[in-house]
Design a protein around this ligand. Sequence first.
Ligand SMILES: [Zn+2]
Length: 395
Amino acid sequence: MKSAQRWPIHPIPVENEALSSWLYRVARCYQMDLEHLLVYEWGQGQLLDIDILPPIGFLELIAQRSGVALERLRLMTMSGWVPWLLDSLDPDPDSFDSYVHQMSVLFPHPKHQHRLIPRWRAWLPKQTLQRACPSCLNESVGHETFKLMWQFPLFISCPIHGCWLQSYIGDGQLSSWHQPDAALIREASGAIKTMDRRTEQALTCGQVDLPRRPVHAGIWFRLLRALIEELSMPIYISRLQSKDLARIWATCGHPVRAGKTRQYPFEMLDLTEQLQFLEASAVAMSMIENQEINARGSLATLFWPEPDQIVDAGHPLPEPSELTEKEIHYWRIVERSLAKTIDEARKNPVVAKALFTVLLFGRQDAKTIRTIRTHLTAFGIPAKWCHNKPNSYPL
Ligand SMILES: [Zn+2]
């Protein structure tokens, strides 16, 4: 490893960009490719899992080289999304059961078989996926950025453009598309767009607005994974819901359980099968919301609309009184100080956490936490840094 001097030039990482994508763009500033940059900085040209769990000390070196905060770099890899997206990158034999069987959507009393799946990690496929949004890349010609989550089976479509992500050939960067150009832009269905927008909201805001009420990002990812598991259940377990299951798959136009005769973990399937399961999940959520199927799982009600409530019209608010000169002076001091703190919190997770704690003002209820986190993310502070209990997912 070289002594850590600052790189003289480097591009700023784009929101949600993968570490490998950004390092590739850094390398291009010096007329290098990623492999040569890694050899120069780290002594190895190929870093397996660079976007999942880089080797110890690597992110620290890159932080020193670039001045980008270590925590921001970590969010450019899957290691930064523990415990929201997955419980651990170093799982124990019970990881599968504790993640997938915590919740239910379709089934009232799931009879889960205890499954030990060694080395299972939620959402991590056998090989990372090479997919990208053609519209996103068209908009960034010359400085193409590849998002971290495109590599994992979490999205079908691009939440910005509403078109399917497409597979490409190339070593971390696009050489050519699998599809001919004319077939590249494929509009996603309404159900898929809704599900993918919710997943995007979980990643960027730390919560998802479901019809009944908002839920924490940690709940959303476990709920989605539980639903995928229910959609893969053998009929002798699903029994009462087997007709609904058949209707969900028929609506998608895919064979039941994506044609698998045995139950395999979603992460072990091929991309085509994973996409069919994701599509079936999107359709299932839509059918629950439209009350086309009778979901009986513990979290199914999250997709139902809030019941009508009679609300007292109340009385008009009193007119606010004018501020005095002195009050205006103090408010300006407060505004300047707050702007400075917010600016610092965008870059520094310690400041972000401190600001979040101050704004909570001792309150711990889920509604207040969600509201303050939403406001801070609107100011560009990563939702992932706005926490006080990282392992808590209030239902
Ligand atoms: Zn896009």
